[in-house]
Design a protein. Structure first.
Length: 174
């Protein structure tokens, strides 16, 4: 029994390091909207944040864009860097990453948890993917990607998430 107790302690310590809750080790993620983040990125610099946005990826380009039109102006994108070694410590992020990158390009409505450095979001966890599509160009974006967001205040209806946290992936028909 004396040998098993240290082994059990070691296993518990290791499981705390690789569990999904380990994303909280540096403190909880602050939920912010894309509009808040893009309008004032310096307010969130170095902070652990949770943000929902349109993730657009093609080869070397990875950007987060507004999931609905932000009031008053068309805001700049936020660059995305996906962190993790191995890819992600939690199985849900691993599964969602494999689904996202099953093709070299795409557009997805996602929720990322990470740290903002300048205008770059360093993603530590993929919390959810509500929609995923592989349009050949922006003109063929699916209906859940906002269009016509401009300084004139044009707006589209906000996108409602279709997946719950328990079932974090649902593909929308293209």
């Amino acid at each position: 029994m004396k040998v098993q107790a240290p082994l059990l302690g070691l296993l518990l310590a290791f499981s705390a390091l690789v569990s999904p809750a380990s994303g909280q080790a540096g403190g909880p993620y602050q939920t912010v909207t894309f509009c808040q983040l893009a309008a004032n990125p310096s307010a969130y610099g170095g902070k652990r944040i949770k943000v929902r946005g349109i993730y657009r990826f093609v080869l070397e380009m990875n950007d987060l864009e507004q999931p609905e039109c932000c009031p008053g102006k068309n805001l700049e994108k936020i660059a995305v860097i996906i962190n993790g070694n191995p890819m992600f410590p939690d199985p849900n992020s691993q599964r969602l990453a494999r689904k996202l990158w099953s093709s070299p390009d795409g557009v997805a409505l996602t929720i990322f948890d990470g740290t903002l450095n300048g205008r770059v979001l360093e993603v530590e966890r993929i919390e959810r993917v509500d929609h995923l599509a592989r349009p050949r160009d922006r003109e063929h974006d699916p209906s859940w990607v906002p269009r016509g967001c401009a300084s004139t205040g044009n707006s589209t209806a906000p996108v409602k998430p279709t997946a719950s946290l328990e079932h974090p992936f649902s593909e929308a028909p293209e």
